[in-house]
Design a protein around this ligand. Structure first.
Ligand code: NAD
Length: 499
């Protein structure tokens, strides 16, 4: 049993009773299976060496130990992968949808069978807690493949006209915060609609994408239908600008999304962008406050706050501010920060030293600009990248922590008096990805939801994802939808056939 710890709460330090401490419950890193010392790309159904000699390293952010080296994809590598995808396109797109569905169902089932291995590998490479990879990421990854497998033979009835057709080769670039889930969001609809794919995972989290390549082989997926090329932004730029891709799907930061949009302007490539966010989580005075506290915690501390739709701005009605913040601080004092492979961990490691530096810098700016910083006492491990769950009160709309995406476990608290003021403050951001409303009144939920300029609005809950539900933003959060029937459209040519 762990020794007693002191925790700062709003009412002063309290002794955490040993009775309420959890013994360590570590998942075995060996469950991740063998991690090779070096990886090449997956092109045309084979693992191949890069044409270049540059290698990158991926580290375990909880220990800073190097896990593996992987190739920095060159323009030649990208060209080879696009060529393999183009070659595979004719046969893959000609398959009846019911046949393509069989492959997707097979992939989904293998993901379920290998989910423990994939969850542990994801936690090791990304730093996120095993509780989340096991109970959120992996079930959603499998669900995405199951869901789009179901659409593959029903495209004529999906509401996009009589004869929707695949676009061709899809270039897909994803970020590091949900590596395998973002891969599923990209690959499942692309394959269901008859496209072939070249995907580039993020440079800090390539391992589960490379393991997914093995799963494609295990499922007997025809060669070249899925290709994985690793590397950093240079590889990404080579892929999105390749002249022979028909579709670009990008998830990542707004500045890179903007650069890709410029690059593609004037070409016939179809583009979807899933970018950043600065969501408002709005709590009214009639909300069930204990429930709201859970939603606020889930909204900002899930996945270390590395969530594009994180509820990073708490808007609380002034009359319940003190009560809510007391309860929130008490709850934050119970969050466990540490080993991602411990099944009791709530907040794992920050994904990289660069991201930790960015979070640290923005939090320091919050203090400099006059907001009041609070974080519970908690022991942080020695090695690795860590950041305490942090709360800022007295935040004004002009503060950087209220305007910029921190992409870390940092919550900015603002207040409002009337629903109209809440709407105005919530919408006072260049982003428009998500929002949350906490109130007992159904009519107020509808009133608010129709005025909030966000792609997803959650009511009395937060961060709920489902493959049947479209997700996406507007304004600087991007365009195009992933998930649901809407998620098929970015991969289809729905123009009438020339006659
Ligand atoms: P990033 O834009 O730096 O990188 C994302 C990916 O793009 C990486 O694979 C990277 O190698 C690649 N890349 C970098 N420069 C490129 C270029 N010039 N051309 C093509 N590809 C390039 O973002 P990040 O820091 O890895 O991810 C965090 C960002 O992603 C946050 O802003 C977050 O909000 C956003 N995000 C959005 C969603 C969503 O669905 N809207 C989901 C997850 C993450």
């Amino acid at each position: 049993m762990a020794k007693n710890k002191k925790t700062e709460t709003p009412t002063g330090p309290v002794e955490r009773s040993g009775l309420f401490e959890y013994a360590p419950a570590p998942e075995s890193p060996a469950a991740a299976g063998e991690i090779a010392t070096g990886y090449g790309h997956f092109i045309g159904g084979e693992f191949v060496d890069s044409s270049g000699s540059e290698a990158l390293k991926t580290v375990n952010p909880a220990t800073e130990q190097v896990l593996a080296e992987f190739a920095q994809g060159t323009e030649e590598d990208v060209d080879r992968a696009v060529g393999a995808a183009r070659k595979a396109f004719a046969d893959w797109s000609a398959l009846p949808g019911s046949e393509r569905a069989k492959y997707l169902f097979r992939i989904a089932r293998i993901i379920q069978e290998r989910s423990r291995e994939l969850a542990v590998l994801e936690s090791i490479d990304n730093g996120k807690p095993i509780r989340e990879t096991r109970d959120v990421d992996l079930p959603l990854v499998a669900a995405h493949f199951f869901y789009y497998a179901g659409w593959a033979d029903k495209l004529d009835y999906a509401g996009f006209g009589p004869n929707p057709r695949p676009l061709g080769v899809a270039a897909q670039v994803i970020p590091w915060n949900f590596p395998l889930l973002m891969l599923a969001w990209k690959i499942a609809p692309a394959l269901a609609t008859g496209n072939t794919v070249v995907l580039k995972p993020a440079e800090t989290t390539p391992l589960t994408a490379l393991r997914f390549a093995e799963i494609c082989r295990q499922a007997g997926l025809p060669k070249g239908v899925v290709n994985i090329v690793t590397g950093d932004g240079r590889t990404g730029a080579a892929l999105t600008s390749h002249p022979d891709v028909n579709k670009v799907a990008f998830t990542g930061s707004t500045p890179v999304g903007r650069a890709i949009a410029k690059q593609l302007a004037g070409t016939r490539k179809k583009l979807s962008l899933e970018l950043g966010g600065k969501a408002a989580n709005i709590v009214f005075d009639d909300a069930p406050l204990d429930q709201a506290v859970e939603g606020i915690v889930d909204g900002i501390f899930f996945n270390q706050g590395h969530v594009c739709c994180a509820g990073s701005r708490l808007l609380v009605q002034e009359s319940v501010q003190d009560e809510l913040l007391d309860a929130l601080k008490r709850r934050m004092g119970t969050l466990r920060v540490g080993d991602p492979l411990d099944k009791n961990t709530d907040i794992g490691a920050i994904n990289s030293a660069e991201q930790l530096a960015r979070i640290t810098e923005l939090a320091a700016a919050g203090e400099r600009e006059g907001a009041e910083r609070w974080a519970p006492e908690c022991e942080l491990p020695g090695a690795g990248y860590w950041f305490r769950p942090t709360l800022f009160t007295g935040v004004s709309q002009a503060h950087r922590i209220a305007r910029e995406e921190v992409f870390g476990p940092v919550l900015s608290v603002l207040t409002f008096r009337t629903p109209a003021e809440a709407v105005e403050k919530a919408n006072n951001t260049p982003y428009g990805l998500s929002a949350g409303i906490w109130t007992e009144k159904g009519s107020r939920i509808l009133w608010m939801a129709s005025r909030l300029r966000a792609g997803v609005v959650w009511a009395n809950t937060f961060n709920k994802f489902d493959p049947t539900s479209p997700f996406g933003g507007y304004k600087e959060s991007g365009y195009g939808r992933e998930g649901g029937r809407h998620g098929l459209e970015p991969y289809l040519n729905v123009e009438a056939l020339d006659v």
